[in-house]
Design a protein around this ligand. Sequence first.
Ligand code: XMP
Length: 518
Amino acid sequence: MTKHDKLLIIDFGSQVTQLIARRLRELNVYCEIHPYNKIDDALLAALAPKAIIFSGGPASVYWKDAPMPPKGVFDLGVPILGICYGQQVMMHLLGGHVEGGQGTAEFGRAYVTKSAADCPLLGGWFEDGAEQVWMSHGDHVSKIAPGFEVYGTSPNAPFAITADLSRQFYAVQFHPEVHHTPKGAKLYENFVKMAGFTGDWTMDAYKDQAIAAIRSQVGEKKVICALSGGVDSSVTALLIHEAIGDQLTCVFVDHGLLRLGEADQVVSMFREHYSLNLIHADESALFLGRLEGVSDPETKRKIIGGLFIDVFQKYAHTIDGAEFLAQGTLYPDVIESVSFSGGPSVTIKSHHNVGGLPEKMGLKLVEPLRELFKDEVRALGRELGLPASFIGRHPFPGPGLAIRCPGEITAEKLEILRKADAVYIDQIRKHGLYDEIWQAFAAILPMKTVGVMGDGRSYDYALALRAVTSVDGMTADYYPFTHAFLGETSTRIINEVKGVNRVFYDCTSKPPGTIELE
Ligand code: XMP
């Protein structure tokens, strides 16, 4: 969609291919990941990359139908960097040799030492002797291809770093993208510099290009957007609003499962501050009515997801002539990954989203964040003037407080939960801990317990407090608050929120727990 120098990552199925892309984007280099089995010489020519990286992968070059790059890749005349399996592919195809090996597999930390004259890939390396790298390979290169030289070795990888400088082909056995290779980022920096990248991928430049692209896609037509107030949908809406102004209408579906004051904040910020056309679809009575008496977590999620779509459609139909639907789809959602495991993965929780809506409503999609990672979306949000406190907010799930209220949802429980959650978050902010935590929230438990308050007996709800650190929400550690913090917070909640007489802290990591309680 937008124009900038492009680096192509050919994915051979490594678990960490996305990390390569992250390292490159941090260097302001635009890159795309394409699975090896979806790329042929024609696509290669169309992409016209300025450089190519072969990712790692779990296969062996000697497997029948082993993953290989398109045939013409070595004739493009662009620099190529092969990583782990990517190195083996390079050697195999260019006349070297790869062996599966007893006793030569290496998993984990290793130390590479310099073994030849300077290689431009290694600027900044070996200044203090050996460099720590992360190895994860079964096979290994046993003979390098003609034209290559060895520039670094480790005890189990005599060809840890190899290069053919005249053709600008570089190949390493280890993974420079993981943080266990502390100077890995430097290696990528050297590679892109040699390939002539100028670092033209900035959110400032992206914003202008994306606005131009939205204008040319949409023309004079109207766009509708489901705005939740989360970072992705907010940035999507603001970017499109900058591009086409009043041709955009946002629908904020208020399902009555939001946090204290949240609906007012979203409405006042977007409608008043940004002057966006915003429909506040207050359908809390409908949602809460349909959830009455429902306690099964999956049923709750399905009811909320289904109603959300119905409500959105109802309001969208009131906007005459809308032809486009805006969605905050991010790059990790569109990357096709190579799967070697086969078979469907187990559904732990059915996530709430608006997938399927465009076909149902006959709308075309506008997805201006499709090329971005989450932290790039945040940077773009800053470019668009969103306040830092808003951009740094913890994630909040689509089904909202419903999944923080295990069992049956009632208006009374939601009210207690909203107040308690507000006190808890206030505590975290006051202690300066908000930005250290990935996500923190209170949940109201489906039980009452006995307590003593003043001279009387109480029989009130118990609350669970949750706080986790995480990088992507896939795994998480519980946050180690001090006892003093927990004690103070518990006291404040019980004093300030009527209906709670007991507070627990959830010290389960993920796995085995999930972040949300349902
Ligand atoms: P779990 O509970 O599965 O959550 O460990 C991982 C992350 O996903 C968020 N989450 C959701 N986000 N719709 C969303 O948009 C959902 O249905 C949903 N369920 C969980 C959760 O808050 C955490 O950040």
